[in-house]
Design a protein around this ligand. Sequence first.
Ligand code: MLT
Length: 309
Amino acid sequence: LCAFVAPAAAQSYPTRSIIMIVPFAAGGPTDVVARIVTAHMAQTLGQSIIIENVVGAGGTTATTRAARAANDGYTLITGHMGTHAASVPLYPKLVYHPEKDFEPVALLAGTPILILARKDFPPKDLKEFVAYVKANAEKVNAAHAGVGSVSHVSCELLHSILDIKPVGVPFNGTGPAMNALVAGQVDYMCDQIVNAVPQINAGTIKAYAIATAERNPSLPNVPTTAEAGLPAFQAQAWNAIFAPKGTSPAILASLNAAASKALDDGAVRKRLLDLGSVIPAPAERTPEALAALVKAEIAKWTPVLKPAT
Ligand code: MLT
């Protein structure tokens, strides 16, 4: 007769719900991608994953909190190209470093950038947009999700190509920024596709171009920047899960497996693809591939972005 009973502590991770910090407001692209993928991960892991939207400072407030959280697998963050790459050159006093303070878990989605405008913004196409914002650079404004956010960094790149410095209007995420664009309160925005597809299809905003080499299947009528006359503007962001540094390899492995399983699920894939996301191939979903992406993205953005004042 075996009298051995496994102690509770030997139960495998996770034994309680997990907090997933989203560094922007609910309803924006980071939030939407995180909710789609974590809903499936929760089924795999057998515990709920609670989304906590922590806003401010272009996502760096939340990312600081995640870096300082216990490395026990119960607090994670869905970060992105801004929080885990562009923030490094933009915030010289950043208290976390994406590589030193986090364990990469898994890349969730690639998210092409679009140039969007309020429905009644005068330019009809990208050529007219370029001429219009150059001629009216002092009058027009660009919404974004705070310094260091993807929307901010993408439009900084656009503005440097056009050699203009329009006024930026910061929001706590491009979810609220999109509401302002739909309401006609701001002029234009460079946003991740996930946020834009439903609005473009509903005709509540206009899209001038997608900043990738190919058109996106979810928006077949939106031309690429190259087709529309601005080939220099190329931008695609990404969203990924990170854990605080020192999280155990076993926990990281189960989180990575759950994320990858979610990305193989038909319903998850359909939701992400319908929103225009690019689903990473299995080889791109490993922690090693994400570590390499973060390193490459920091190296790419550091010479491009000047510290914010
Ligand atoms: C960004 O601009 O970084 C994102 O769109 C923010 C968000 O997810 O709201």
